[in-house]
Design a protein around this ligand. Structure first.
Ligand code: PMP
Length: 364
């Protein structure tokens, strides 16, 4: 087959093994596997599933969804306090990234990432023949704004990818830094706010004012709908119009649209769950940092970045996996010997704490 040259050596997204694979490998039931690697919330939104089941018999599944996803955009408009014309609905945040890359990246052009960060930015840009420039964060993981501004002024730079709270470091891009970047450069600036509900801050209110800002959000995290695949972009009308030119017209299913709409009607419930998770994050973080030889970084999201000072992180990862506990391995500059741990409920988090104490022998 005549495959594109760049695909031959393409480095794909790396997942941890599935629940089933892990359960089979270590010989435990699937439901006993504890997944601290997915950054999802530890509950199923049963009430909204029941509400959907009542609506199912009348869902017009024989027809395509309204390609503008108007109803969900109107519900989002109320939730976010922005105009529906500033919103585009996508299949998870990941489809939003793809649509942006298709809008801005020509082969050979550059996109900046504030590294380390979420690896899909690289994948979406490189798949189109664009080049990623990693602008390394400062030692405290804050964005190196001076370097980002300098690099984005190059004529070949088309996009800047920021992530706030950043996956995997957990820190925020302060609003004044984002505004400084937006006002200093004329390329597109994407701010990924997949975890915004856990931080209580957002830049969506800046989207109408700054034409080069695109904020990406998702129902996968605080809204407990990762399996449903719904995300959205908030941007100026002009930018939304550009993105809509290459957006597939019907990629979001009518069932997903219905579920997301029901979830928004119960937004207060999900936001209060997010507050519970952030309170648990603080307890969990303190307990982890009491383990010797372990550094826990501050986080504004539903996960924690930890660094093992004296033990090989891969060894810890394998030992945990053997106990049915999956955490996220990380690689790359600034993340040496680090693992990323999702904040689950207290009982699960305590199991991880006990396992770590056992593995590190109280010493780390
Ligand atoms: N952005 C970030 C920073 C993420 O961590 C993730 C998922 N882990 C995504 C986007 C993808 O989200 P979605 O499920 O909405 O595609």
């Amino acid at each position: 087959m005549k495959v594109r040259e760049l695909i031959k050596s393409f480095k794909p997204y790396e997942w941890e093994p599935s629940r089933k694979e892990i359960a089979e490998k270590i010989g435990i039931p699937e439901e006993e596997v504890l997944r601290f690697d997915l950054n999802t919330v530890p509950f199923r939104p049963e009430e909204i599933l029941r509400a959907l089941s009542e609506k199912l018999p009348s869902l017009p599944v024989n027809e395509y969804p309204d390609p503008s996803y108007r109803e969900l955009r109107e519900a989002l408009s109320e939730y976010l306090k922005v105009d529906p014309e500033n919103i585009m609905v996508t299949v998870g945040a990941d489809e939003a990234l793809d649509i942006m890359a298709k809008t801005f990246i020509d082969p050979g052009t550059l996109a900046l990432v504030s590294a380390p960060t979420y690896s899909m930015y690289r994948i979406t840009v490189e798949a189109l023949g664009g080049k990623i420039v990693e602008v390394l964060r400062n030692p405290d993981f804050s964005d190196n704004m001076e370097a980002l501004i300098e690099q984005s002024r190059k004529p070949e730079t088309r996009m800047v990818f920021l992530c706030s709270p950043n996956n995997p470091t957990g820190n925020l891009t302060p609003q004044e830094d984002a505004v400084r970047l937006l006002e200093s450069v004329d390329c597109a600036v994407m701010v990924d706010e997949a975890y915004a509900e856990f931080s209580g801050t957002s830049l969506v209110n800046l989207a109408e004012k700054h034409e080069n800002l695109m904020v990406v959000r998702t129902f996968s995290k605080a809204f407990a709908l990762a399996g449903v695949r719904i995300g959205y972009v908030v941007a100026s009308r002009e930018t939304i119009e550009l993105l809509n030119k290459v957006r597939p017209p019907n990629s979001v299913s009518v069932t997903s649209l219905a579920l997301a709409k029901i979830a928004l009607e119960k937004a207060d419930f999900f936001l209060s769950k997010a507050r519970e998770i952030t309170a648990e994050r603080e307890r969990f973080s303190k307990a982890l940092s009491r383990i010797e030889g372990l550094t826990v970084y501050p986080s504004h999201a539903n996960f924690l970045l930890v660094r093992f000072e004296k033990t090989d992180a891969l060894k810890v990862y394998m030992e945990l996996l053997g106990r049915g506990i999956v955490v996220r391995r990380l690689s790359g500059t600034m993340l040496e010997n680090c693992l990323r741990i999702t904040v689950l409920d207290k009982a699960a988090n305590d199991k991880l704490l006990d396992a770590l104490k056992e593995i590190l022998g109280g010493k780390g």
